[in-house]
Design a protein around this ligand. Sequence first.
Ligand code: NAD
Length: 439
Amino acid sequence: MALKKTEVKKAEGKLGILIPGLGAVSTTFIAGVMLVREGHSKPIGSLTQMGKLRVGKGEKARDMDIKDFVSLADLNDIEFGGWDIFEDNVYEAAMNAEVLTRDDLAKIKTGMSKIKPWKAVFNRKFVKNLDGKNVKTGKTHQDLVDQVKEDIEKFKKEKNISRMVMVWCGSTEIYQEMIPGVHDTLANFEKALKENHPSIAPSMIYCYAALDMGIPYANGAPNLCNDIPAFWELAEKRNVPMGGKDFKSGQTFMKTLLAPGFKSRMLGVQGWYSTNILGNRDGEVLDDPDSFKSKEVSKLSVLEQILEPDKYPDLYKDFYHKVTINYYPPRGDNKEGWDNIDITGWLGYPMQIKVNFLCRDSILAAPIVLDLVIFMDLAQRAGLSGNQEWLSFYWKSPMHTADAKPEHDLFIQMMKLKNMLRWLMDAEPVNSMGEETYN
Ligand SMILES: NC(=O)c1ccc[n+]([C@@H]2O[C@H](COP(=O)([O-])OP(=O)(O)OC[C@H]3O[C@@H](n4cnc5c(N)ncnc54)[C@H](O)[C@@H]3O)[C@@H](O)[C@H]2O)c1
């Protein structure tokens, strides 16, 4: 990310949120924004709506609401548009997802029903367990890019939008590695678009369209998508912010809370066994081993970086880390996760910790989507471009340059985020030294 900023432009006019994938997470996010702005509910879980930050030192120190400290888009100024392979409008999709109650959805039925998915760019090779009819056709990938751009232009005009952000809430695509000659440079990627190269995933087509139009892009799933050099190049060329991957919502959120704690006390970890049951459509897609591989790689990456076994071999050398997800329809979106953590204390004596998280997948993810789109829009108004490393707080697998290590520790991520907001507003960073209390 280029660390240069301009004065933060005010959030004026409407912000359009473009969403490939109108499933459980995105409909819960959209419904939530509507319920909050109509005064039915509170935006619990959202830092942009409920968070505060400390500004100033000593006697002048005060806590401010983040949204008063820096100009952020108002929920009343948000419009939604999106694509899905199924024709259901957003109200119907939310009813099918069974995350929110019928009573809650009834309160916003009119607004939700008006949002109808545009035809999707889809290829079953990348999501094997799904099939739908609401799909675009085109001779080449380039044709599909042009169609996505047309959808966006039409939406912008119809809704009188000033700024936009795209957030991928589509299904997890199969695991893919960066392919030299296709994904490595912008020129190669653009050539591959025209030549219809089979290694260009649908998510990349949406992402290319967005970045090329100067629209920030956030990748909520673990698939490769924007984490390719071609898109890093495009984001810099168009001076547009982006980020990813994979919303850090449930089990991995807990991991990045607990692991820094063990390490701070120099407690050892011998093994961390994590398993989940999940019965929503995401669970069905992840039942395919190739899609699960994308998720597994994302979920496994966090502990290694936090525990740093190379630096602390007596504590973490050869720790065993296992993650599984089992598709179990009766639970729907109400995922249950179990963690068994084998830790060691003084003189190497073993202990165990069990975590049983009975969570709601989309309830945890929705406020993350909201914060990401609001902060991506802020980044753009501040003139930031490329990967927004300060938003690592929200990602299971934060994107990073080849020579940098990703930061996974939730508390360091939080400090980075808040100090970035202070930096944008020319306020001093807070390092919690408490130096103003020492003489
Ligand atoms: N807590 C969480 O729920 C959580 C956390 C991290 C990441 N995620 C990721 O977020 C994504 C969405 O999760 P969800 O629970 O809403 O899943 P979901 O299955 O309910 O919704 C995904 C939607 O994307 C649609 N879709 C698939 N391919 C598409 C394409 N090419 N274009 C347009 N639409 C497409 C599907 O039809 C579906 O409606 C998944 O990739 C999931 O892994 C979710």
